[in-house]
Ligand binder design. Sequence first.
Ligand SMILES: [Zn+2]
Length: 505
Amino acid sequence: MRGCIYARYSTDKQDKKSTEDQIQVCRNYAKVHNIEVVQIYRDEGYSGYIADRPALKQMLQDAKENLWDVLLVEHTSRLARDGLLLRKLIEEFRFLFKKPIIFVSQGLRTDRQEDIAVIKLFNLIDENYIEGIRIATRRGLEGSLLQGKWVSRPPYGYRMENGILQIHETEAEIVRFIFTQYANGMGIRSITYELNKNGIKPRYAETWSISTLRNIIQNPIYKGLLIWGMKKRYIDKLTGKTHFIPQKPVSINMPELAIVSEEVWQKANEKLQQTKKTNIPVRKISPLTGIVICGVCGKPMGKEDNKLVCLNYRNKKTCTNDIRLDYDFMLRFIARYVKQFLKDNKAQLLEIMAKQQNMSLDYALLIQKQEEKLKHLYELYAEAPSPVLREKIKEEETKLLQLQQHKHTTAKINIDIDALIDNLESIMLKHPEEANQSLKLLLEGVVVEPADGIVRINFLASPYLSTYIQSSEMSRAGFVGNTLFWINCEVVKGIPIPIGSTFSE
Ligand SMILES: [Zn+2]
């Protein structure tokens, strides 16, 4: 297909895109869409409001003479800023020349009926106009802030009353407690523990967390300083992605909203900066990151002094699981059983991998199947409700959730089974991230669950595996749900000692 490009540039300050930029954008489009660019028209130094432009006239002449089949323009405003003129040009192209105009950046074309209204709208909502609205909105928000009106959810320690932000005394007490204790030497973890132990709850959650406390300490509102507009949210219409653009912030001093003094705030924040520098190392992925899960609260277990502990137990005492496992030993323990599993199921795993290669596992399809299955179960439950069925539904709902979570992951089980069988331990040590990835492809997690004086260590199949397990040999071998196998252990000094397992050895 033969195409041409029209570009226009005025000397107006508003015009940021040069004709060269516009042409490049159109050229890229042409290349992708197999359009051969046979002519380029440029009007430089001409406003979009006037019709009398030499290149525009030439372009219309050539359209009449059928020198090309499609017109590419970067943006509607390049062709015309004036509504009437734009409409006239579009009508000519549609009914007289019978050629489409494609507005490349906006993704609009005049040969699509549904685009026509949008094009007219774009022209109405001229960029200048949009800019005007933006400035007005910003001014309006600043004005509201100056009057003490809050524009989003009020922070902890405050409430909205008649649209005005006000201190909430009960919560303000807690804020003062946090700041003064922290400034006077107590650690964030201890303060979090104190609050949770005393049954004090934050507004939007059941328990306090270290990060919530950190956020509170860093918020300047507690010393009476409101900062607004540090970042502006912007959604890219083409990709749908949200971006944050740094902005010049507006700050307003509102001493009547201060809950702590400037000194206390400063002291607490200096301490926070200090601990941040010294305490928080670069987060490194270890082979077991996110793999070992607390069987009581369901949160991943973390590493402390070379021991694996439940982070909820350690940080907030909101979990009762006080098991501590020797990290290095667990590494070898997990490696040993994963290797055993790989050896025993190598044939099936290879088959699964081959199947995936062939049909390029389509999560959308799996999700659809799972939804159908659930629908059927719901209907069954509606007819004959029973606790057993309720459990089953819960289980299937979890599976659906897992599938949905994994939908966007392009990862598939593509692991070198033999390499893992031979060298899993050394891969864990030398290439922790790689080992972690392989483990995550195989395992949803390794759940550590205290049960009647012993500890049950459950190996759960990853969603990549579990969707196949149901129909495979594995389910006949006695696998329950997405549990691959479990090992009952006695824990002595952090070391799990197996006392019989379901594993075929
Ligand atoms: Zn826990």
